[in-house]
Design a protein around this ligand. Structure first.
Ligand code: TNX
Length: 543
């Protein structure tokens, strides 16, 4: 429409030009005066970044000071990232922080620039380059995602009190220097089990905010299990009106309408997080079986299950046509809701089917997933039955499935590494001494150093490096009931696993990591994150 109307085109172009020129004239004076009056050293140092960047070159002689005249300039396609950054900066500083989109920025303007041009080619599709001088903070990337990750770095090197929701005293100094950064793996995941204990839309969004800080880009939502079905499916209303009404321990449960789920997905997208929706079948399906008698082989619905562990008979009837009509509806609707590449079908812990039944079932389910335009993801067990080239499997347990995971990876399956002994966020940090700490212990105690102490390429001998998509830290909620507990189990272990997914293998070093991690403490305090003060980490006083 605008292309056919040159007058409108001219009319649209003018405001940014005018605004940019005014701002560019005004801001140097403000910046110069602010820089000139600053004597304080930044409270943070450039090296305090988690995950560790590829290159960090500090220039301690300079720092940039956010000031009342600071403007965020963005390439037009990066405007939402600029708005996001300004939204982070405004509450604690009280500054106006205008965001101005400019098609081509000839040289860095005074202030903060988020540019989709001029990045070092090595940054690829998710990396970024950050340069901080006394006059400018410039983040360059090839994609909006890269700029978003540059902004996460900026959040970490600004004073922690920037995260306060109320006005705080400055100065707001950004340490000077250069960062060049890009991820080791494309899949850096977290998982939240909203089936055992339901988590509200607001809680899921908050989780997205908090994991984003560590450049996590996949959030796997475990949407169904024996204890609850959490996503409304058109045509199958009892899944949620009955199957969603409770949870583990018999609590009130809950579920997302499809509109609420779209809202979560949009929020995740704005944070460059891809949702991986999981419907766990054929086992872990008591909530569905209790809701619809016809899904049971004997036509009798079992009661809702509210205990820990698995229900006595929680497996779908794999011999009935209606089971596959049901799955086609569920998978089709989930595929239509999600922009991400995967529908996760679980596939774990099946004890009542023969190998042939399990294989036939999963092959059928994989056809449904593919027919709806998605790739099948599942727990490692699924790889024993699916077509490897069309599957991503999540390695979690060191049992007999190991060999089949290795074989599938050699035949084209992608593997996400979630070895339970390192990544299971529902396990206790420390041994079971009174007062009983939160968490299970079947995979062992996992303190922060343990969560950090592994490498994806060393988990399973025989898995080609190229078959490893990345890592995921699952948080099961069998014993985790509140969002404060979700935070306590996630921090500081998730940042440890995020660093394994993002940073180079060469940079892996507990001493360096634990120092950088310690300096996240004040930031978490400002953000209201209820974290576990692991005694192996020297948290700054008061954090
Ligand atoms: C194993 S990991 C499970 C979950 C439990 C978890 C508790 C996996 C595929 N299954 O159903 O919640 O242990 O730690």
């Amino acid at each position: 429409m605008t292309a056919r109307n040159p007058r409108r085109l001219r009319g649209r172009a003018a405001p940014w030009l005018v605004l940019a020129s005014i701002v560019a004239l005004l801001v140097p004076a403000l910046n110069a005066s602010a820089a000139g009056t600053t004597t304080a050293a930044p409270s943070n140092i450039l090296q305090d970044i988690v995950p560790a960047p590829v290159v960090v070159t500090a220039n301690t002689a300079v720092s940039y000071q956010l000031n009342p005249g600071t403007v965020v300039f963005t390439s037009p396609a990066a405007r939402p990232v600029g708005d996001y950054l300004a939204g982070l900066v405004r509450p604690a500083t009280g500054f106006v922080v205008p965001v101005v989109s400019i098609p081509a920025i000839p040289e860095a303007l005074p202030g903060i620039s988020l540019l989709l041009q001029g990045a070092d080619p090595s940054v690829g599709t998710e990396g970024y380059q950050l340069d901080v001088t006394a006059r400018t903070v410039v983040i360059r990337a090839n994609t909006a995602a890269g700029l978003f990750y540059g902004v996460q770095t900026l959040r970490q090197i600004l004073p922690a009190k920037l995260a306060d929701r109320t006005r705080q005293p400055g100065p707001w100094l950004v340490p000077g220097g250069h960062v060049l950064d890009f991820p080791r793996y494309g899949h850096r995941g977290a998982m939240l089990d909203v089936a055992r204990h339901f988590m509200s839309v607001a809680d899921v969004k908050r989780y997205i905010d908090e994991i984003s800080l560590y450049k996590v880009n996949y959030l796997h939502l475990h949407l169904t299990d024996d204890q609850g079905w959490r996503l409304a499916i058109n045509g199958w209303p009892r899944l949620t009106s009955f199957g969603g009404t409770t949870g583990e321990g018999g609590g009130p449960g809950g579920f997302y309408t499809q509109d609420q789920f779209r809202d979560i997905i949009a929020y995740a997208q704005a944070h460059f997080v891809t949702i991986v929706p999981e419907v766990d079948v054929p086992a872990h399906s008591d909530a569905a079986l209790a809701s619809y008698a016809q899904l049971n082989c004997d036509g009798v619905a079992p009661p809702l299950y509210t205990d820990i562990g698995t229900a006595p008979n929680d497996t779908l009837c794999v011999d009935k046509a209606i089971t596959f009509q049901f799955l086609n509806d569920v998978i089709g609707q989930i595929a239509a809701l999600t922009p991400g590449p995967y529908v996760d079908i679980g596939g774990d812990e099946v004890s009542t089917l023969t190998t042939d039944q399990y294989t036939a079932f999963l092959q059928h389910v994989q056809k449904i997933v593919v027919a709806h335009g998605k790739k099948l993801m599942g727990w490692a067990e699924a790889l024993t039955a699916t077509t490897p080239a069309d599957s991503t499997g999540q390695f979690w347990i060191y049992d007999s499935t190991k060999a089949q995971v290795v074989a599938a990876s050699q035949q084209g399956a992608q593997i996400v590494m979630s070895p339970c002994i390192f990544t299971y966020l529902d396990q206790k940090y420390a041994p079971n001494t009174p007062p009983d700490p939160l968490g299970l212990e079947w995979a062992g105690d996992i303190n922060t150093q343990t969560a950090y102490g592994w490498d994806p390429t060393q988990v399973l001998a025989g898995v080609p490096d190229t078959a490893i998509s990345g890592v995921e830290a699952p948080l099961w909620t069998d014993v985790v009931t509140t969002f404060a507990q979700v935070q306590q189990m996630t921090f500081p272990r998730l940042p440890a696993i995020a660093e394994i997914g993002w940073s180079t293998a060469d940079s892996h070093d507990w001493t360096s990591f634990s120092q950088r991690l310690a300096n996240q403490g004040p930031l978490w305090k400002s953000m209201g994150i209820n974290y576990y003060q692991d005694p192996d980490v020297a948290w700054p006083a008061g954090s």
